[in-house]
Design a protein around this ligand. Structure first.
Ligand SMILES: Nc1ncnc2c1ncn2[C@@H]1O[C@H](COP(=O)(O)OP(=O)(O)O)[C@@H](O)[C@H]1O
Ligand SMILES: CC(C)(COP(=O)(O)O)[C@@H](O)C(=O)NCCC(=O)O
Length: 316
């Protein structure tokens, strides 16, 4: 009898696509093909069968987690002999530039809002907490956009502290991909939703005591977190493909920061996108984002066709 190699310890339950999709919720999918066109990010080929197989069961699982957390809140209020309102259930969504975090977040937002327990779901992207270009230029960080130091992390922690303190209204700044900068005077107001989804590259970064004075990290406020994962070479390809689509659409807008890229030939556009990827987004992925993957509650791993092939869920 040959002895099996020892299985390395893992805090995750791992499921392949088929196993996970068999968990599909028994309720009808509350999303149409038209909804999906509206929700999916540029270049994301997601179709209804993927939503049914992956995101519908995920929204049901999240619905169970939210309900269980509310049960815990009730039990703890009874124990403390006080009645305070439950605070928003906060879900973090992390992963590389161009991996499809925004599609995942928007689809989950739509599906979760259809469960009777969580009709109010809001979504905030952490790019609103990037330092304005003026400040990034002053600090020599324009080529480091998306790196931890390019964000006002104190403001982000303050924002989440207020959300979890139960404040009625909490405001977050807004970023424009078109102008590549913070939009002056614009803000998103978070009004005690049932669920708040916080999406961003670095949301699973641990606190760095020398920088984060409170010693708190954004992820300290998460009830659940999702890391959207894929092979780096696939994400690079998606980034380049998206850059080519943007050249033919958003970059042509006179207000676009990338207006100068609108007239590039295919070869020039590909080498420009590859340069931005290789000098900014790939190092950020390797140095800052990928190392946080194992901190997530759930890891969704995509194949090169963008479909989720593997789901890992933290054991309870
Ligand atoms: N230069 C750009 N101009 C307009 N839209 C952009 C630009 N770069 C990215 N986007 C859009 O911004 C959203 C967020 O992109 P990104 O941060 O790369 O995350 P992800 O692809 O994981 O959702 C996507 O929907 C993308 O299509
Ligand atoms: C705005 C971003 C930093 C993403 O920020 P996030 O919302 O994930 O916090 C990123 O999409 C970006 O623009 N990176 C800079 C390099 C580039 O233009 O691809």
């Amino acid at each position: 009898m040959t002895s099996q190699p020892p299985v390395p310890p893992s805090p995750y339950r791992e499921m392949d696509r088929e196993t996970w999709s068999r968990l599909s919720a028994s309720t009808p999918l509350p999303l149409t093909a038209d909804d999906l066109v509206r929700l999916r990010g540029l270049g994301d080929p997601i179709q209804l069968p993927e939503v049914e197989a992956i995101y519908h069961p995920l929204s049901r699982l999240l619905n169970l987690y939210v309900s269980a957390t509310r049960g815990l809140h009730e039990a703890s209020s009874t124990f403390l002999r006080e009645s305070t309102a439950v605070t928003p259930y906060v879900i973090g969504v992390a992963g590389s530039v161009a991996v499809g975090k925004s599609t995942t977040s928007r689809v989950l937002r739509h599906l979760m809002a259809r469960w009777p327990e969580t009709p109010r779901v809001q979504l905030v992207t952490t790019d609103g907490f990037l330092l304005p270009n003026r400040e990034l230029e002053k600090r020599g960080l324009m080529e480091r956009k998306g790196f931890p130091e390019s964000f006002d992390r104190r403001a982000l922690v303050r924002f989440l502290t207020k959300v979890k303190a139960g404040h009625q209204e909490v405001r977050a700044p807004v970023y424009s991909h078109l102008t590549y900068d913070i939009v002056p005077g614009e803000e998103i107001v978070v009004r005690q939703p049932d669920v708040l989804i916080v999406e961003g590259l670095n949301v699973l970064q641990p606190a760095r005591p020398s920088i984060d004075h409170s010693n708190l990290a954004v992820s300290d406020f998460f009830d659940f977190s999702i890391y959207v994962d894929a092979r780096t070479r696939d994400v690079k390809q998606w980034y380049v493909d998206r850059f080519l689509s943007l050249r033919d659409s958003a970059f042509a807008n006179p207000e676009s920061y990338f207006r100068r890229y609108a007239d590039l030939s295919d070869d020039e556009a590909i080498s420009t996108a590859e340069r931005i990827w290789d000098t900014i987004n790939a190092p950020n992925l390797e140095q800052n984002i990928l190392p946080t993957r194992s901190r997530a509650t759930l890891v969704l791993t995509k194949g090169s066709d963008h479909s989720i092939q593997r789901v890992r869920l933290r054991k309870l």
